[in-house]
Design a binder for this molecule. Structure first.
Ligand code: XMP
Length: 514
């Protein structure tokens, strides 16, 4: 891709994907690489700027991650953040040591507005600090351009060499003017023109796909989730009838979801593609009958999914390309990009490529973050309802029904969840809460309804806010909304006489119930 680019060198901090996302919000393309990446490789990418991220280590310890000082002589602007800032100063001869006072949280920072980093930033600004070590002496040639009550060097710069060190985290939203600082770096100091835009990305991708596929045959496993839907539409626009999408309805989707997917991709939808909907509900329910153990349920659903897909693929015969909705965080989290450990392999449907006879994989969203995938979806004209769909696990409602899965329980959780989603949307909360859904507990309890004793199920409502789905906090849904949802579920969903709200954070809980 002939695109101006900023490189983020990852030292293992927790906000590293956020750094890249914020840069892209400035319309500058950016990629994450491990600190182990060779400098020659970095040079070959011809970046307009380099950002060194935070990390959990102390840069003065012998086995801590480091980088060759050559990086600072390339003439390419470098911005160090937290650990990255300390490392820059340490490598260039300044002093970093354990701070007498640990700073953590929102902190008042006093900035020197003559620094190009702080162009248009208030003189006193709130920033997010999180550090044990601090820069006690800036390196030669650097001048101090920000400080706090406890931190003499909150930012330092060597403007002549285009080197900048910031102790706090401009990438997190708690740093009020952080986006402005990153904008100042990439658009001002690095001189990026800001050409990374979704409309041109979509247009170029369609062109590239056309060239790559030629007259070939392409197969796509469509789940109805955001990623596979956006990938499928992009392919449909590029090559139309050469694409076949297989949508397996495993009977564990949200209410009406199967029909909604069919409306968009099926024969009455706007795209000219081959759409195969496999109604495999009964097949999945019978495999799941009597099974209560969560991991076994997940495995059965995953395996059956592959079986069904395989059968369909066999009917289609050999294909040239298989489409996957891989997105950039998947690439980074699987250890191919940055420094993160492999965390989520169990979340992937996995194994699909092995069961199909194909030559090559096409991953049109491989370089995009989730919010960019959504923007691309809107550019492609996909309905908002589909584009802003929440994350939904591959095993679907199967892991939101505790214990055995039956058609009756699926009906209960689908109806309760539909009411919950409707009320959350009515209250205008649907875009502000990270993820929310209803689950069916395996608990039945005594109640009274219209003078009659009942002995029915309890539904649990879950709503969480999360940055990265690795940690999460229960969202504060207003009590009035919860009460309305409770009352509607009990009145409208047969088989439920109790509604609970789950307050558990992750950790110790997970977002899903199984
Ligand atoms: P947990 O429950 O692990 O969920 O806290 C974190 C995020 O991942 C989603 N999730 C899955 N997604 N296949 C998926 O595609 C899975 O097996 C799976 N399990 C959990 C979950 O909805 C949440 O967004």
């Amino acid at each position: 891709m002939n695109q101006e680019k900023v490189i983020v060198i990852d030292f293992g901090g927790q906000y590293n994907q956020l750094v890249a996302r914020r840069v892209r919000e400035c319309n500058v393309y950016c990629e994450i690489y491990s600190y182990k990446t060779d400098i020659e490789q970095i040079k070959a990418m011809n970046p307009k700027g380099i950002i060194l991220t935070g990390g959990p280590n102390s840069c003065y310890e012998a086995d801590s991650p480091t980088y060759t000082s050559e990086l600072f002589d390339l003439g390419i602007p470098v911005l160090g953040l937290c650990y990255g800032a300390q490392l820059m100063v340490h490598v260039l001869g300044g002093k970093v040591e354990k701070a007498p006072v640990r700073e953590y949280g929102k902190t008042e920072v006093y900035v020197d507005k003559t620094s190009p980093l702080f162009d248009d930033v208030s003189e006193t600004t709130i920033c997010w600090m999180s550090h044990f070590d601090y820069i006690s002496k800036a390196a030669d040639g650097f001048r101090i351009v920000a400080h706090t009550a406890d931190c003499p060097v909150a930012a330092a710069e060597n403007d002549a060499k285009k080197l900048y060190a910031i102790q706090f985290h401009p990438e997190v939203l708690h740093t009020k003017e952080g986006s402005k600082m990153l904008y100042n770096f990439v658009r001002g100091i690095c001189g990026c023109a800001g050409t990374w835009r979704m409309d041109s990305f979509v247009e170029n991708s369609i062109k590239e796909i056309r060239e790559k596929v030629g007259g070939g045959k392409v197969l796509c496993a469509l789940s109805g989730g955001v990623d596979s839907s956006v990938a499928a539409v992009m392919l449909a626009k590029a090559i139309g009838g050469q694409l076949t999408c297989v949508f397996v309805d495993h009977g564990l989707l949200r209410k009406n979801e199967g029909d909604e997917v069919e409306e968009v991709f099926g024969p009455n939808g706007p795209y000219e593609l081959n759409f195969i909907r496999v109604n495999a509900q009964e097949r999945f329910y019978s495999k799941l009958a009597g099974v209560t153990e969560p991991e076994r349920k997940r495995k059965i659903i995953g395996e059956e999914f592959i079986r069904v897909f395989e059968e369909e693929a066999k009917k289609i015969g050999a294909v040239d390309f298989l489409v996957q909705g891989t997105i950039y965080p998947d690439v980074v989290e699987s250890g191919l990009g940055g420094e993160s450990a492999v965390i989520k392999s169990h979340h992937n449907v996995g194994g699909l490529p092995d069961c199909v006879d194909f030559k090559e994989i096409i991953e049109p969203l491989r370089n995009l973050f989730k919010d960019e995938v959504r923007k691309a979806g809107l550019e492609l004209g996909i309905p908002e309802k589909l584009v802003f769909r929440q994350p939904f696990p591959g095993p679907g409602l199967g892991i939101r029904i505790i214990g055995e899965v039956t058609a009756e329980k699926v009906r209960i959780v689908q109806d309760a969840d539909a009411i919950y989603r409707e009320e959350i949307a009515k209250a205008g909360l649907d875009k502000s809460i990270g993820q929310y859904f209803a689950a069916l507990t395996n608990m039945r309890s005594v109640g009274v309804m219209g003078d009659e004793r009942t002995y029915d199920y309890a539904v649990a409502l879950r709503a969480v806010n999360t940055v990265d789905f690795m940690t999460a906090e229960a969202a504060e849904v207003p009590f009035g909304v919860l009460q309305r949802v409770m009352s509607r579920i009990i009145n409208e969903v047969r088989g439920v006489n109790r509604v609970m709200y789950d307050l558990t954070s992750k950790p110790p809980g997970t977002i899903e119930f199984e």
